[in-house]
Ligand binder design. Structure first.
Ligand code: CA
Length: 329
């Protein structure tokens, strides 16, 4: 009987969802400190203790997967100075119009707004010659560090604007999957999640292309135009049920999980967890805390009340240090 009771206690302990340690996802590397997505920002995030490092992926003219947040180059590089006249009729410079060799001549800087000012004024202000990395360079860097340091820091690639890439005559998802397979990463047991805002494409990635890697459906607002899907429906119970048929979790925008007026959790997290979906919201930034709320209070709310399973952050060190200070369950 005592043995029976002990088994019951063990069973209930092991079934507690809190026992799964939440993961820290370095959003565009340690982008709070160094220009986003550069190998330097990736290396810093790695050293700060990230569990996963994010790669936003777009294609070059010669079908190379580049780690770049936008299909455009002008807000984070000196493309206008180096390649005058290569913009499209809308005035924007597109990565897809440049070869890998051309993209490698660009210098990456802090993100700027349309007035040319740094979006986050207090971040990196230096002038080092940072470059746009390829996805394969970043895979190699993280895999080499993992081997040398005996760690298992994971990958978190995002397929950017797949419908737009298709309009340009390119199937970015096929190329992402081929790259993952080349490096043994299309595997549900590996430390990697593939994310996408495009529901139709993510479903195709699993069901038509046969991807085995873990998938995260990103959820945005319809007004952002990130995909042709209805993102209000995606965060309803019906939408979440459809996501749960092929993905392992959701990546919602923080204000979809927490009412920013009352600071109370919405129902989204409960619905998602009831379906067995992990919740990895974006993006925790020290510059964008709710008014009158400290970083620690924000993280308490997210990890203890909403019970998120992971968090995208520009400030890997802040979230890693917070989680290290929490008592083990
Ligand atoms: Ca992203």
């Amino acid at each position: 009987m005592r043995k029976g009771l002990w088994s019951l206690i063990c069973l209930s302990l092991f079934s507690l969802p809190l026992l799964a340690k939440p993961v820290v996802i370095a959003h565009r590397g340690a982008s709070g400190y160094l220009p986003e997505h550069t190998l330097e920002a990736v290396t810093l995030a790695y050293a700060m203790g990230a569990d996963y490092i994010e790669q936003d992926l777009v294609l070059s003219k010669d079908d190379q997967l580049m780690v770049l947040h936008d299909i455009h180059l002008d807000t984070v590089t000196d493309v206008a100075e180096k390649f005058p006249g290569r913009q499209r009729s809308d005035g924007r410079y597109y990565a897809i119009d440049f070869t890998l060799a051309e993209l490698k001549t660009l210098t990456v800087s802090e993100r700027r707004n349309d007035k040319g000012e740094q979006v986050f004024a207090n971040r990196y202000r230096g002038h080092a010659q940072f470059q746009i990395p390829t996805f394969e360079e970043e895979i190699e860097l993280i895999q080499q560090l993992n081997r040398e340091l005996g760690k298992q820091v994971g990958f978190y690639p995002e397929i950017k604007s797949p419908a737009w890439h298709r309009q340009q005559g390119k199937d970015i998802s096929q190329l992402v999957l081929a790259m993952l397979r080349k490096h043994g990463l299309d595997n549900e047991d590996k430390a990697i999640y593939v994310q996408c805002f495009d529901f139709t494409e993510l479903k195709r990635f699993r069901q038509q292309l046969g991807a085995r890697v873990k998938l995260i459906q990103l959820i945005g607002e319809n007004s952002w135009g990130e995909s042709g899907d209805d993102h209000v429906r995606l965060r309803s119970v019906v939408g979440l049920e459809e996501i749960a048929q092929f993905a392992q979790g959701i990546g919602p925008w923080l204000p979809q999980l927490v009412d920013m007026q009352t600071l109370k959790p919405t129902e989204l997290a409960t619905w998602a967890h009831d379906l067995g979906l992990k919740i990895h919201p974006y993006t925790f930034r020290l510059e964008q805390l709710p008014k009158g709320v400290s970083a620690e209070q924000s993280l308490d709310l997210l990890f203890k009340q909403v019970k998120i399973d992971g968090l995208f952050t520009d400030f890997t060190d802040v979230v890693v240090n917070y989680l290290r200070q929490q008592p083990e369950n």
